[in-house]
Design a protein around this ligand. Sequence first.
Ligand code: S3P
Length: 414
Amino acid sequence: MFVRPVKVFDRTLSTAPDKSITHRAVMFNAAAEGEAVVENALLGGDCRSTISCMTRLGARIEVSGGTVRVRGAKRFADAALDAGNSGTTTRLLAGLLAGRGVNASIDGDGSLRSRPMKRVTEPLCAMGADIESTDGRAPLYIRPAKLHGIDYVMPVASAQVKSAVLLAGLGADGETRVTESVPSRDHTELMLKAMGADITKSGSSVIVRRSELRATDVRVPGDISAAAFLFGVAAVVPCGRVTVTEVGLNPTRTGVLDVLCRMGLEVTRDNLKAGAEPYGDVTVARVGALRPFTITAGEVPSLIDEIPLLAAVAAYAEGDSVISGAEELRVKESDRVETTVVMIRAMGGEAEARPDGLVVRGRGGLKGGKVDSFGDHRIAMSAAVAALASRDGCEILGSDSAAISYPGFWEVLC
Ligand code: S3P
């Protein structure tokens, strides 16, 4: 894909449906009693992996347009599961299946096989699960086991790990408590509560007890992590202004908006709809020069997936932007510290990798050139945003990876 520079970008758009919420709505309803409809579901590669895994486990799932009808499996069938590129599918399923009396394996593509799984197998085994990994990675092999609750203090800020333990807790004796020092996205807790689970929050802990789930309809809001790319365009293009309608505004996910404000962009929220998963229309407009920013550990979980994009935007500011406490970036679909630095340098910018993050030395713009996505959807889309305001434009190799989380991205952008 070759992305040519533009001078103006002033548009009102909807964005891709939320990936995290779609995964959960399909997976949890597949484990629930009854039938539910998931409206405005994301049908990108990752969520399709979840749909196919839950179908293999015995749920009846029909997809029609953006609507997914899910009839829960009374009892999961033994299955060999392919989670594709999706860490969320793998880790959440490991927790969900651990105490449900099934023999299952979970495998995926080369990127998934390189990602750490000990972070879920360790707490699940501490609950009594019988899970074997392949040197701490996928494929995972799950066998039937009787689980008991644990009191788990999270060693990493990860919603996937938190969710895996909570889902296992639904089928465990006694109480399962998960405590996190920095809050990660709470879609699992909110959805389990709506589905009738015995789950409560107490300070920085979530407590769950054995529960059956009730099938529950879900309307998925727009994904703020997908909208972030559109906001990024408004930030880098000289006359940039973007309104994204009906985008999810769960406060555990909105860190990107705070950083864009700190960079000097005008960020406004309209038509706000309250609820467990609030949403509304968000406008980002460029009103002058961009300022560099600092991101530290406490803010990282609220914008973890947006860091490659924010780093690309930082190349359009004047001065050094510093991102620290973000070592988790190294174990995403690619090592996003390295792939983000390589992307910025390939476009003529200056950036430096650090063990726990990166520094972008903003010089008010990028030349462009040729960038490899390394098969990582968020690197491909971040490069595209940076390219739209570059001097010469940019060729993006592996651009089709965007379909993992944002089918239709290229039609919106180019
Ligand atoms: C996700 C959690 C995050 C995020 C991923 C989706 C989720 O991962 O990066 O894209 O849906 O729970 P971690 O929880 O591992 O940080």
